[in-house]
Design a protein around this ligand. Structure first.
Ligand code: 5RP
Length: 220
């Protein structure tokens, strides 16, 4: 089975977690795109969707799925999104697509975070995937120095601007043994908007697609 087929399997399984009549939060990326395509078949049974990026909003709208502004939503039962890496505690690195800030905001409003991944994303220790950090443009050089002090090697994502008009520094060379602590430390750097560690609010459910089927992990 190809990686895309595995992503699609995980994404379609997540439809079982969508609450009928309710609003669903929708992530960004190729796995989330499979989820959006699957959601189209049940668009008349949900109240609508909140998108975590302009790209996902366009795809949802293309399927005729009703889009809501997060500011008009107090609560949604479920947020569904992919990840770049996920560990046994269901802490994640996200932001490979650069949508980390909106993803973290939409996830914060949701009751449950359902993560959809192919098996390659499950790791023992986070950090092989470079950690994305969204940065206010005028703070780029200062944040780069501070991230280097934390032991990483920040690299500017060339030619990329986030939906919020900011830059991404991808931090290489981190071995993240305490994801919550590092998430807090990076958020404390002046000029950082968000970092791609989702540990303080990790996933509640992981649907991991393997060659033997989708394995379900629940946060304990
Ligand atoms: C986008 C993300 C994605 O969820 C992450 O990059 C995984 O992407 P894909 O599903 O394409 O492998 O965080 O900002």
């Amino acid at each position: 089975m190809t990686q895309d087929e595995l992503k699609q399997q995980a994404a379609l399984r997540a439809l079982d977690y969508v609450v009928e009549g309710a609003i669903v939060g929708v992530g960004t990326g190729s796995t989330a795109n499979f989820f959006i395509d699957g959601l189209a078949a049940m668009k008349d049974r949900i109240a609508g969707a909140v998108a975590s990026s302009e790209a996902s909003a366009r795809r949802l709208a293309g399927h005729g799925i009703r889009l809501l502004d997060l500011n008009d939503v107090d609560h949604m039962p479920v947020y569904v999104d992919g990840a770049d890496e996920i560990d046994a505690s269901l802490a994640m690195i996200k932001g490979g697509g650069g949508a980390l800030t909106r993803e973290k905001i939409v996830a914060a409003v949701a009751g449950r975070f359902v993560c959809i991944c192919d098996a390659t994303k499950k790791v023992d220790c986070l950090g092989r995937f470079p950690l994305p950090v969204e940065v206010i443009p005028m703070a780029r050089a200062q944040v780069t120095r501070e991230l280097a002090r934390l032991g990483g090697r920040p690299v500017l994502r060339e030619g990329f601007v986030t939906d919020n008009g900011n830059l991404i520094l991808d931090v290489h060379g981190l071995q993240i043994h305490d994801p919550s602590r590092l998430e807090t430390a990076i958020d404390g750097i002046v000029g950082v908007v968000t970092n791609g560690l989702f540990a303080r609010r990790g996933a509640d459910v992981l649907l991991l697609a393997t060659a033997d089927g989708v394995v379900v992990y629940e946060r304990t």
